[in-house]
Each structure stands twice: as C-alpha cells, then as structure tokens.
Design a protein around this ligand. Structure first.
Ligand code: ATP
Length: 240
C-alpha cells in the first residue's frame, strides 16, 4: 500500500515556492530517504506532508487521503507521526511524562514503543532536557511510536549526535518499517541513512536531482556528490 504519495508537489512559505515539482512515493514497510544540501527544501517537504504547510501545486496524499495545509492534527488522527528537527520533547518533563502525554495515557502502546528502546528504561524518570542527545532521540522516536503510526516522518533524527550513536539509532528505523510502517526520513548522515533506506530522492534547490533505489546510491557514491553539487564542479583554482 502506498502510504505517502507526492506528485509534482510544489511547496513553500507564504506564497514563495521553494520545492518545484517533487514526485515521491513511500510504500508501507519502506524507508525512503530525502537528501539534499542546506536549504534545498527537505523540511519544507516534510512539513507539507505533515499538513503544516499547504501544497502550492501538484498533490500530496498520506494514507490515501489528500493533505491540506493547516491540518496537522487531522494527519495525526489518520496515522501519521512526525519527529521534528528539534525532537519535539518537553524538556522540563521526565521521559515517562513525555510518553504519557504523547500516548494520551495508552500504557499498552507505551510498553510496545519502549520495547524498541530498552536503553531508555533506566533513564525514564529523568527530565528529558537532561538526557543525552542519543537518549533524547530515542525518546522522541518512542513518543512518536506510542501513536502506532502507519506513516512516520522524521527530520534530522541524528542532529548533533556522535557518529557512534548514529550507527545505533538509524537501524531502528529499519525495524520500525518491518512492522509495516512507511518511514520518510531526512538525514544529514548520508551513508548511515543510505544503509537503512530502500529508496532515495536527492533535492537540489527544490528540484529532484536524483530519484531511485538507495542501493544504487550506495554502490556509486558519485551520485550523491553530483546531485549535491551538479555535474560541473569548479576546480579549486576556478573558485575565488
Ligand atoms: N519559516 C520559514 N519562512 C520562510 N522561508 C523559510 C522558512 N523555513 C525555510 N524557509 C526557506 O525555504 C527554503 C528551503 O528550506 P528548508 O528548511 O526546507 O531546507 P532544508 O533542505 O530542510 O535545509 P536544511 O538542511 O538546512 O534544514 C530555504 O530557502 C529557506 O530559507
């Protein structure tokens, strides 16, 4: 089943288009990776999928229904969960309280979510703001999973984390997808993310520079470089 479907999507801020025609589908059970340099439109795309920003053209469907701007709660009710760039945790509340809030007191869903992150158990009574970066990310993911989402949208999960922690946390997404969840991931740790992704779209200046299997990008690292910087790169003596 196609969980997220973007067709010729145009998206942006206050009437200024920054994503100029994006096609992307994420099937249930798949991890799709959205890459691109800073400012290429990745977060804008995720916020459009999550129903925060309105599509300016083309179409966005999530779990079979068109997404309208200004309707993030409706998307959540339909089965979409988002882990935003800055984790979306209440830093003054404990881990347990964050989970209780996000799960709306659903203990069974909370236990299920925590089973994915046994390392969280011993620190659940600490304030979220005092947890390590990796623990905060696990908590943010666990909070999202308490809603038993069918589509999970994640913006820069590993922002600020040490590479060793990144290696531990990204494979969890593969595990989540194996339960039938569609995962759409924006990630700056390109190689670690490619290792867990099925498909990959690379944006450059709001346009698709690559779209295809993640395996093809893993096999040919030049794809990332060419897509980020264009085929014609200035040699050092040409740049000023
Ligand atoms: N709140 C905002 N208001 C107006 N324009 C914005 C806003 N947020 C982002 N933009 C603009 O939209 C464009 C795309 O930004 P976006 O954050 O989607 O890129 P990104 O690929 O996620 O970048 P990064 O990797 O730096 O997070 C940029 O030109 C940016 O300046």
């Amino acid at each position: 089943m196609t969980a997220i479907e973007l067709r010729d999507l145009r998206a942006g801020w206050r009437g200024v288009e920054v994503v100029h025609g994006l096609d992307l589908t994420v099937e249930a059970g798949e991890v799709a990776l959205l890459l691109g340099p800073n400012g290429s439109g990745k977060t804008t795309t995720l916020l459009t999928v999550a129903g925060v920003l309105p599509a300016m053209g083309g179409s966005a469907h999530v779990l079979g229904k068109p997404v309208r701007g200004g309707s993030p709660r409706r998307q959540v009710a339909r089965g979409l969960a988002m882990v935003p760039e800055h984790r979306g945790l209440f830093s003054q509340l404990t881990g347990r309280e964050n989970l209780r809030l996000r799960s709306r007191g659903d203990r069974a869903a909370t236990s299920e979510a925590l089973a994915t992150f046994p390392a969280l158990e011993p620190v659940l009574d600490r304030r979220a703001g005092l947890l390590s970066g990796g623990e905060q990310q696990m908590l943010a993911l666990a909070c999202a999973l308490t809603r038993r989402p069918r589509a999970l949208v994640i913006d820069e999960l590993t922002l600020g984390l040490a590479p060793i922690v990144v290696k531990d946390i990204l494979p969890v997404l593969r595990q989540v997808a194996s339960t039938g969840v569609a995962v759409l991931l924006v990630e700056q740790h390109v190689h670690a993310a490619l290792a867990v992704a099925d498909r990959c779209v690379i944006l450059r200046q709001g346009r698709v520079a690559y779209s295809g299997s993640a395996a093809a990008v893993r096999d040919d690292p030049d794809v990332v470089e060419k897509s980020y910087f264009g085929a014609q790169q200035p040699t050092p003596h040409q740049s000023t």
